[in-house]
Design a binder for this molecule. Structure first.
Ligand code: PMV
Length: 331
């Protein structure tokens, strides 16, 4: 290895249709159940990593600002795991998001997918192996492994760090779906997803959920394969509400939905049930709504959201690409 090695990568965030909530192994982010998601083309992180033997400590820059707080520490702790495996070196890391900071959009998925890709690639001669990439992304933040491959991605829970891997279920062009992410609230969440996974494991409904998930996953994959939007939407919405119910009724309780979230839930259901517009929603560990439709209906769905919530910020996404290495270095 030369004294300095640099690589850059770009990765999308993703939205889960069947969610990862609860872990078997908290050190390695091995989940309780399989999950499946779509990459979000409009929510992208670009990261450059340079390993430098002359650096006494890591230098982390987020959105152009050097960070010395918990966010920087989390990245350094993650880099320590890579260093344990290979070589002791400091790292210079710069990362920027295509979406505005502090909006509650899950930046950990795109962030750790881009960070893992760049950090590992900088150590490799060629392109790192895909299963190595998904493992390293998962070790940073579980859902990040689903941002390595393009389009619609399945994460098989497995039983250990070795066999908990993501793989593409279908490429982005398989189905022209749109996810309109409606930024309902910018207030920081009181319960992080790391805490949420722990609370979920202790929840008495969790055993039942685990029994229901294999057939739900099969049905969802069937609807995706056949591009059957109403079957797909019914499953996705039901899954979102089940996970929110577990979040809300956990101890402590995580109430991520805000009044604006609830208003949109009722609106989406009324557009569908009263007006026959094919539109569904899902939610993550936050207040923002993911409004899902086939892309032909996206202008109409967007018009309705903007009429209901004037001036609201919306991030419009199609099925996005996988993580990519490139030479557009940030420094
Ligand atoms: O990757 P984490 O630890 O931030 O967990 C993400 C969990 C959800 O976004 C709520 C669901 C999912 O599958 O992405």
């Amino acid at each position: 290895m030369t004294e300095r090695k640099r690589a850059s990568a770009t990765a999308c965030s993703n939205i889960a249709f069947i969610k990862y909530w609860g872990k078997q192994d908290f050190d390695w982010n091995v989940p309780l159940n399989d999950s499946i998601s779509m990459n979000l083309s409009g929510a992208v992180t670009t990261t450059t990593v340079e390993w430098d033997a002359n650096l006494a400590q890591d230098e982390i820059y987020l959105e152009g600002e050097r960070v010395l707080d918990e966010r920087g520490l989390r990245i350094s702790r993650y880099l320590d795991r890579i260093r344990d495996d290979w070589y002791r070196m400091g790292a210079r890391v710069a990362s920027v998001n295509s979406f505005p900071a502090g909006t509650g959009i899950a930046s950990s998925a795109s962030g750790f997918a881009a960070l893992a890709s760049a950090a590992i690639a900088a150590f490799h001669e060629g392109h790192p192996d895909e299963s190595d990439m998904t493992r390293w992304a998962r070790r940073g933040s579980g859902s990040a492994c689903r941002s390595i491959q393009a389009g619609f991605v399945e994460w098989t829970a497995g039983s250990s760090d070795a066999d908990s891997l993501s793989q593409q279920f279908c490429p982005p062009e398989h189905w022209d779906l749109t996810d309109l992410v409606v930024l309902v609230s910018r207030s920081p969440k009181t319960i992080s997803s790391s805490q949420g996974h722990r609370i979920a494991v202790a929840h008495p409904f969790m055993k039942e959920r685990q029994k229901l998930l294999p057939s739900r996953m099969l049905a969802l994959k069937g609807a995706l394969a056949k591009r059957d939007f109403s079957t797909f939407g019914e499953i996705v919405e039901h899954e979102a509400m089940e996970v929110q119910a577990i979040m809300m009724s956990g101890q402590p309780s995580a109430l991520y939905m805000q009044p604006g979230t609830m208003e949109l839930i009722h609106a989406v259901r009324s557009w569908r049930e009263d007006d026959g517009l094919a539109v569904y929603f899902t939610l993550d560990a936050g207040p923002n709504m993911h409004v899902l439709c086939e892309s032909g209906n996206a202008p109409e769905v967007r018009r309705r959201i903007e009429k209901l919530v004037p001036r609201v910020e919306i991030i419009e996404n199609r099925a996005g690409p996988g993580a990519k290495l490139h030479d557009d270095h940030l420094f």
